[in-house]
Design a protein around this ligand. Structure first.
Ligand SMILES: C[S@@+](CC[C@H](N)C(=O)[O-])C[C@H]1O[C@@H](n2cnc3c(N)ncnc32)[C@H](O)[C@@H]1O
Length: 245
């Protein structure tokens, strides 16, 4: 992770208390909470996951995978302060997917939120075949990815496409989640054109911190970079909850 992103996630940790993070997060899984079967929860690329923090109060065992130690440490602190003694066993796994295999457990819930767009379709197929063998009838799978309607999807900057390997369509989901194994419970295709005041203010603070870190103190230069960074983009994303057949 580059320094700019590290600054973002540290600021996120300062601004979003557990309560604010859960309140502000759109959690499609909450709808299906009564249907969680027995078994641990897994999240791939968990970061400081609003899902894991919220569901830590269920007492379920949690497997949190991320390849950034500082994100795992921040998640641990969040879960300890949110669920306290009610939290189940927490496994923090510093693993890079798909180089390392997903642990050999049978999970009741698998979460991949803002994660699969870092991989090609072939890599996604490999990850999903591992999910198939680590879930059972009734397990739920939540996926959220950038869609083709995201502004970055037609960026001419090759670095953007190096970072975000794939922008998804509904058909990609149909191809990846074979109906032989998965039944689609809910699908949502969202485009946000204007950020909320809360997000905009946070992202402006982020730019300020990045400028300070890079020792850019010239007022005009700071203003130009801030204006460029804070233009509105179309944030297009797809979300889906599947149930294993
Ligand atoms: C965009 S954040 C999403 C965090 C969280 N899932 C959420 O929705 O708020 C992506 C996270 O995935 C982690 N990550 C990126 N590539 C990874 C990989 N190949 N293996 C494991 N973790 C990865 C990053 O460190 C980061 O914390």
């Amino acid at each position: 992770m580059d320094e700019t992103l590290r600054i973002y996630w540290k600021l996120y940790n300062e601004i979003f208390s557990n309560e604010i993070m859960i309140h502000k997060s759109h959690n499609l899984l909450r709808k299906f909470e009564e249907e969680f079967i027995d078994g641990p929860i897994l999240e791939l690329g968990c970061g400081q996951s609003n899902f894991l923090v919220e569901f830590s109060k269920t007492g379920k065992e949690i497997f949190a995978i991320d390849n950034e130690e500082f994100q795992l440490n921040l998640l641990k602190k969040r879960i300890e302060s949110y669920a306290g003694k009610n939290a189940g066993k927490l496994h923090l796994l510093n693993i890079t997917i798909p180089e390392k295999e997903i642990p050999q457990e049978i999970f009741s819930l698998v979460i991949a939120s803002d994660f699969l767009h870092f991989f090609s379709m072939n890599e996604c197929k490999n990850i999903i075949s591992q999910i198939i063998s680590r879930t059972q009838k009734g397990s739920l799978i939540y996926v959220r990815v950038h869609s083709k309607l995201h502004s970055y999807s037609d960026s001419s900057d090759p670095e953007v496409h190096e970072y975000f390997k794939h922008f998804f369509t509904e058909n990609d989901f149909t191809e990846l989640f074979d109906e032989k194994y998965f039944e689609r419970m809910i699908f949502s295709n969202t485009v946000q054109n204007i950020r909320s005041k809360f997000t905009r203010e946070m992202e402006m603070k982020w730019t300020e911190k990045v400028l300070d870190e890079n020792q850019i103190f010239d007022r005009q230069e700071r203003q130009e970079i801030s204006e460029e960074n804070n233009k509105e983009l179309n944030n297009g994303f797809l979300e889906c909850v599947y149930r294993r057949k």
